[in-house]
Design a binder for this molecule. Structure first.
Ligand code: BEZ
Length: 248
């Protein structure tokens, strides 16, 4: 999927805003090096730079990396695939916010993170856990079906147990792993859910004829309304998985 970095920065900046809570789990050690895995437009990478000697932000989207470089020209950013990281024993911390649910092969991901970390290096990450945005997903799936389009669930939202096993099998020691509800208010009042879908289901929508796109968006909202509209704004049913683990 190619990312719309402007829509992301303007309407979905809550992703980085919530990620600030995760920064508290990064040790404050000026001599350490940090990899920001899936750095997006670099908002949190910039804050990580305050906590270390060296930070590198990587993302698979060229649009995101171009924007990050433009915002923060003094930080090192590069386009790369989380499943093919070009580093070895190089970082004390791998930090990642709201990224791992986009990656279907968590085993290969854990293998890559293990490889780039130094001995005793730390993984600090948060992403969608089991049941994340379930109402949005089901509503979009049903609406698509009603207009003869098929939406195959595309995210990887593991349980605590599933992700914990992946980490253990790849040599990590888990310090803390838990999941929690994080109801998330979407910007732009009535348009909030449609904007969210335009960003995150961009590929699926692009495959539909224009007039169908609009109908699917409207129908998804009408199905999801009972659970996610509070009378004033859309509140998406986010669930987070938060993990602190270290390389053995
Ligand atoms: C999330 O951060 O949980 C998320 C974002 C976009 C699509 C699906 C999940």
């Amino acid at each position: 999927m190619e990312w719309n970095s402007s829509l992301y920065d303007n309407k979905h900046d809550f992703v980085a805003e919530y990620g600030k809570g995760l920064l508290e789990f990064v040790p404050k050690n000026k001599s350490q090096s940090i990899l920001d895995l899936g750095c997006g437009t670099g908002t949190l990478t910039y804050q990580l730079a305050e906590l270390c000697n060296k930070v590198v932000g990587v993302d698979s989207s060229e649009n995101m990396i171009n924007k990050a470089k433009c915002h923060y020209p003094n930080i090192d950013f590069m386009v790369c695939d989380a499943l093919d990281l070009p580093f070895e024993n190089e970082f004390d911390v791998v930090f990642s916010n709201a990224v791992f649910h986009w990656i279907s092969d968590h085993n290969k991901l854990a293998e890559n993170i293990y490889k780039v970390l130094r001995s005793k290096g730390l993984l600090v990450c948060e992403f969608g856990g089991s049941g994340n945005v379930a109402t949005v997903e089901k509503s979009f799936q049903q609406a698509s079906k009603e207009f003869n389009c098929q939406y195959k669930l595309k995210f990887n939202f593991p349980t605590v147990e599933e992700f914990g096993n992946v980490l253990s099998e790849n040599g990590f020691v888990i310090d803390n792993i838990y999941d929690f509800d994080r109801p998330t208010v979407l910007k732009d009042k009535e348009q909030g859910l449609s904007n969210w879908m335009k960003q995150f289901y961009a590929d699926e929508l692009a495959e539909m004829p224009t007039e169908v796109q609009k109908k699917v968006l409207e129908r998804t909202s009408s199905i999801a309304k009972e659970k996610l509209w509070n009378g004033k704004e859309w509140v998406a049913d986010y669930r987070r998985l938060r993990v602190i683990a270290h390389k053995n």
